[in-house]
Design a protein around this ligand. Sequence first.
Ligand code: AMP
Ligand code: ZN
Length: 308
Amino acid sequence: MKCTRCRAAAEVHLRQHNSAFCRTCFVFYFQRQVERAIDKERMFTRDEAVLVAVSGGKDSLALWDVLITLGHQTTGLHLSLGIGDYSDQSTAKTVAFAQARGLPLITVPLADDGLAVPEIARLTRRPACSACGTMKRHYFDRLAIDRGFPVVATGHNLDDEAARLLGNVLHWQMEHLTRQRPVLEPTHDRFVRKVKPLFRCSEYEAAVYAFFRGIDYIVDECPNAAGATQLLYKDMLNRLEAASPGSKLTFVQEFLHKAQPALTPATVAPPQTCERCGMPSYAALCGFCRLVRETDAKRERRQAAGRA
Ligand code: AMP
Ligand code: ZN
């Protein structure tokens, strides 16, 4: 097979786009896809400093690599979640990537604040993924606002968005459906814009890009993700994609173009301000502060019981 762009021998075949690329042209194609998404969806301009949430996985590192290549001003934000060896390796890969390229990186070791994800999940008896999600949302928002970044970019890819859409549709989560967008504008003065520049790039494309660019990323999935519903949805969508290439892209794209404009956004009152941390909240305390309070209370009770 020949490269669609330059007719050299192709190394990647993208059935959903009916095209094939050699190594150089694939890298160019991937970067163009991301650039187009940023421009078309008005995610950010070259004058805006972007906080890139990097996990050490292929998607967020590929995203960071593309943003630098495109000449954007970026700073990485990495949360070291305290999930054993998995988190240590993720942090090491992220730090190595930033150091090798001389990029600014903010690393937050949650365990230092007594907030390692497994411990919080155990003490509060919540699913680890739910505690983890609360932490990520809080730290992304707080660091962005505290350090003056107008926008946070994450590495969510097409497979993530298609799986999330399938989950939202299966349960007809109307409020979630109105908010499932590649760009979310802030609804509070301590929220910033959230963007997903890889929303049209498949997981496979991100992996190929990372490989061609020699990016060393953590290959392992988070140990907590095993058996997660999201993986079941991804598996189903992959089977659909194999039988009918382009299904994932059509599902997400046509939802955004056709279905979402027909949904009436729920008239939710804008968030108030959390009385403990000052971040946006729908109750007196935000989800993060409720989690921290509960963790502290449980920890104190255990210590008191230990002393008795
Ligand atoms: P996930 O929720 O693990 O699928 O990750 C989705 C996106 O969230 C990634 O592409 C990153 O942009 C961001 N992210 C996930 N984990 C972390 C982390 N530990 N630190 C910073 N950003 C993260
Ligand atoms: Zn709070």
